[in-house]
Design a protein around this ligand. Structure first.
Ligand code: HEC
Ligand code: HEC
Ligand code: HEC
Length: 314
């Protein structure tokens, strides 16, 4: 429960605003030693706090107002771009930093220079790709590193590379999770299980599926095995539809198999067998097992992210 509350709190991100407020207060407090001015500054800080609170408050209706991912980032992701260019630039940066560090440790100047050129090029490119983020780059640290590279000062190189790496973290803390959610997470609310049938969209379909699953359990608990059998057939049909929907996004069968293969298939088979044998104990067990393996696992993968994305980027 405690853990869930934490997750919930992080989801609302109040920490960020508290931090920003204290920053302003700190700045305001530092700007003058005179108490009158401090009071004025405090008043200004107070007004700012109100403005921030207002922002947080209204964020309930318009969460986008507190999430300012730069617009130009979109062009480096699907569907505007063929590839996830931003993400792959990031992978290059990480690779270059690692190579520089490892070759510097081995005092291999030639390879250090090769990877430093790549780092230099890709790091500068970030500012061209997303001009709104230009001020998030630390060119001074990069220049310091490049200088150490040009003079083969290996200990320095490793120190400066570490410093450049530290700088990456600040942007990540603010934006990494948001960018992944916004640009790389599918929103399922419009996905139709049967194409061309709006009432077969995921949210509606899921409600039906959930009712079918519970109908089996309710009927079995009340010894109405014929009704349980009918709901069992219905479940088969619905699972067929559901598994067919994976193909809309997954070209390969593997992701489907990871959720619906092996143990999951066995759990659903056991469930149908328990219905046929009117075995309540087995039915409870297999139904619970199937719900965890199929429903809960897919939810933690797809539903949670889809819900979060819709909440943050409506
Ligand atoms: C693709 C993997 C996937 C599988 C497998 C899956 N679900 Fe879902 N489910 C989702 C997604 C995605 C949503 C969110 C849909 C939305 O609201 O956009 C969802 C939503 C739901 C909801 C909430 C519906 C609502 O809006 O009130 C229920 C209930 C539900 N699923 C039940 C089930 C049950 C029961 C099973 C197993 C028999 C199951 N799901 C299997 C992906 C899955
Ligand atoms: C101006 C902002 C910014 C800066 C500076 C930045 N990044 Fe990133 N980085 C991002 C964003 C946004 C993502 C999320 C991309 C996504 O998930 O699609 C990301 C993701 C990554 C990832 C992917 C992590 C993963 O495994 O999913 C790596 C690796 C990475 N960055 C490395 C670096 C390195 C190394 C540096 C510094 C040399 C750096 N980044 C500097 C914004 C930045
Ligand atoms: C709306 C598009 C969409 C639908 C529909 C969809 N997925 Fe996914 N799924 C994705 C995306 C995007 C990823 C992340 C892939 C990545 O980042 O590499 C993913 C990842 C996964 C993964 C983890 C990666 C892997 O290959 O194991 C599994 C498992 C998975 N999906 C199962 C399913 C199943 C099962 C269904 C159908 C019940 C389904 N998905 C339906 C888009 C979708």
């Amino acid at each position: 429960m405690k853990r869930m509350q934490n997750v919930h709190r992080q989801g609302c991100k109040p920490g960020v605003f508290v931090q920003r407020n204290t920053e302003i207060e700190k700045k305001a407090g530092k700007s003058s030693r005179k108490s009158f001015l401090r009071r004025t500054d405090r008043f200004i800080a107070f007004v700012f706090s109100l403005v921030f609170l207002q922002t947080v408050w209204s964020a309930g209706e318009d969460p986008e107002s507190r999430i300012d991912l730069p617009e130009s980032l979109a062009q480096w992701y699907k569907p505007v771009n063929q590839r996830q260019v931003w993400l792959h630039t990031m992978f290059s940066l990480r690779r270059a930093l690692q190579a520089i560090d490892e070759y510097a440790a081995a005092e291999d100047g030639e390879h250090v220079r090769k990877w430093a050129r790549i780092l230099d090029e890709k790091y500068r490119k970030l500012g061209e790709m997303v001009p709104e983020w230009e001020d998030r780059l630390d060119m001074k640290r990069l220049e310091a590193l490049l200088k150490a590279v040009s003079t083969d000062e290996f200990a320095r190189i490793r120190k400066d590379a570490k410093a450049v790496g530290k700088q990456c973290v600040s942007c990540h803390q603010d934006y990494q999770a948001l960018a992944a959610l916004k640009f790389r997470t599918p929103d399922f609310s419009e996905i139709e299980l049967i194409e061309g049938m709006p009432d077969s969209r995921y949210p509606d379909f899921m409600k039906r599926l959930s009712r079918t699953v519970n109908r089996i359990r309710i009927a079995a608990e009340d010894d109405r095995w014929k009704a349980a059998g009918e709901a069992g057939y219905r479940l088969e049909d619905e699972l067929g539809l559901l598994s067919h929907s994976c193909i809309q996004c997954h070209k390969e069968r593997d992701p489907y198999e990871r959720i619906f293969g092996g143990k999951t298939r066995k759990a659903f088979t056991d469930l149908q067998r328990a219905i046929a044998r009117e075995d309540l104990k087995k039915l409870r067990m297999s139904l619970g097992e199937a719900a965890v393996l199929a429903c809960a696992r897919c939810h933690s993968l797809h539903k949670l992210n889809s819900d979060l994305k819709r909440r943050l980027f409506p």
